[in-house]
Design a protein around this ligand. Structure first.
Ligand SMILES: Nc1nc2c(c(=O)[nH]1)N[C@H]1C(S)=C(S)[C@@H](COP(=O)(O)O)O[C@H]1N2
Ligand SMILES: [Mo]
Length: 420
């Protein structure tokens, strides 16, 4: 469902949502929403229209964005919208497991470092973080572990993402390792887990929608940030305002939004979405559709994401003028590793052409590739792209191993073009 269609649906639907507005006149509401409320006479007194909550984020999104769901919000980028080197906010996918925090007060926002393996819990205000530590800016790939899930048969449960649950924005903040060293961590620290201020879907304040983490070594990497800026501005509300943990190259679920705490653990973190088969892969391949016990004996936690590439120009379905050379481009990335080679094929993988590939602007950023294609005759073509990382791992041409969570589908992306 496209975002534009979705907006229209929202505007026309009978408003029967749950949130309530303390004050505000109908005209003021209509101005804010940018349209009159058609069934305003049926709207309960004090009712808070949904779009008011979402206006800053969703109104700022490109109208071509694909809405996977609104409770919680999950919005995907069509691949051709990911053409920018630095993904702008209006083209960034959104993945929420709960409800975005209702009250955000930046002046009282704090980050608490606690857990078994911290010497003594310590709390920082936003001002402390900004004033007392060196600031860094990195461009980091955040890709949902379930990106590409819709390619799996039988269907795995969860958002049926195409290939657009990925972005590479520029994040500014302090290094997590500087904060952890300042707080003081014990020798037995093995993992960290984050805590965010978003609400569980049940609205039970005792439950967290998600609280994931990474081994201490990944937490202590230079590029692991506690960020308050994205693309040079305050982090947008939907992407974690005012503070976010940002860890490139691993499933984006470890990059905790609306960050209020980090627990330093002496065991693997056991927060929400660390249990069952969430963000885990079977240790041994399983036949499609097989149910295996969701225990550590059978599953391992996903760490570095696999090598992948996208064609971001042209858009699939484009018509190319007869006799024209096509300038083709996109990005490639490989989790903790770098991409060594990108190739394209216009003959269903029979022959491949190596593309020009740029170095990343920094470790864990995506790399840009481009090439020119000559088509032998007019007609229908598919263009396939395949990246290989510096360890020699290449993308599979077919859908990789089926798994119950529908994770890590890094099959070659393909687009269709018509020449002439
Ligand atoms: N607090 C919090 N952090 C979160 C989530 C969430 O629901 N709550 N979703 C995670 C998941 S599963 C993904 S894929 C990314 C999505 O980041 P984005 O919405 O900024 O694209 O945020 C991660 N961090
Ligand atoms: Mo995710």
């Amino acid at each position: 469902m496209s975002y534009k269609f979705f907006l229209n649906q929202l505007m026309n639907s009978e408003l029967n949502r749950r949130d309530f507005l303390k004050q505000g006149s109908l005209t003021a509401l209509a101005t804010t929403i940018g349209s009159q409320i058609v069934f305003a006479k049926h709207m309960p007194v004090g009712y808070r229209p949904l779009l008011l909550d979402e206006k800053d984020a969703l109104k700022g999104k490109d109208i071509e964005m694909i809405v996977q769901g609104d409770k919680p919000w999950n919005v995907e980028s069509p691949v051709h919208l990911l053409d920018d080197r630095i993904t702008p906010v209006e083209k960034m996918f959104i993945r929420n497991n709960g409800l975005i925090p209702e009250k955000i007060d930046v002046s009282t926002w704090t980050l608490t470092i606690d857990g078994e393996s911290v010497k003594a819990p310590k709390t920082y205000s936003l001002a402390d973080l900004k004033k007392n530590f060196k600031q860094y800016t990195y461009q980091l790939v955040l890709e949902c572990g379930g990106n590409g899930r819709s390619g799996y048969q039988p269907q795995a449960s969860g958002n049926q993402w195409g290939q657009g649950a990925v972005h590479c924005a520029q994040w500014t903040g302090v290094r997590l390792k500087d904060i952890l060293n300042d707080a003081g961590i014990k020798n037995d620290a093995v993992y960290i887990g984050y805590h965010g201020k978003d609400l569980h879907l049940s609205r039970d304040p005792k439950k967290e929608p998600i609280s994931r983490g990474v081994p201490i070594a990944k937490a202590m990497e230079d590029e692991t940030l506690i960020a308050w800026q994205m693309n040079g501005k305050d982090i947008p509300e939907f992407h974690g305002y005012p503070l976010r943990l940002v860890i490139g190259g691993w499933p984006a679920s470890v990059s905790g939004k609306w960050l209020t705490g980090i627990s330093v653990r002496n065991k693997v973190h056991d927060g929400a979405k660390m249990e069952g088969h969430s963000y885990k892969m079977p240790k041994n391949p399983v036949a499609p559709g097989t149910d295996i016990p969701a225990t550590d004996e059978y599953y391992k936690i996903i760490e570095s994401m696999p090598v992948k590439s996208l064609i971001t120009y042209p858009k699939s379905g484009a018509t190319i003028g007869s006799g024209t050379d096509l300038a083709l481009r996109g990005h490639a990335w490989a989790g903790d590793h770098s991409v060594k080679k990108v190739e394209v094929s216009i003959d269903f993988g029979a022959t491949w052409k190596e593309c020009k590939l740029e170095a990343p602007v920094n470790r864990l950023a995506w790399q840009h590739w481009n090439t020119e294609i000559k088509f032998p005759v007019n007609g229908y073509y598919e263009i396939w792209v395949k990246a290989t990382d510096n360890k020699g791992n290449a993308q599979p041409m077919l859908i990789p191993a089926w798994n119950p969570g529908g994770y890590l589908n890094n099959a070659c992306e393909r687009i269709a073009v018509k020449v002439g």
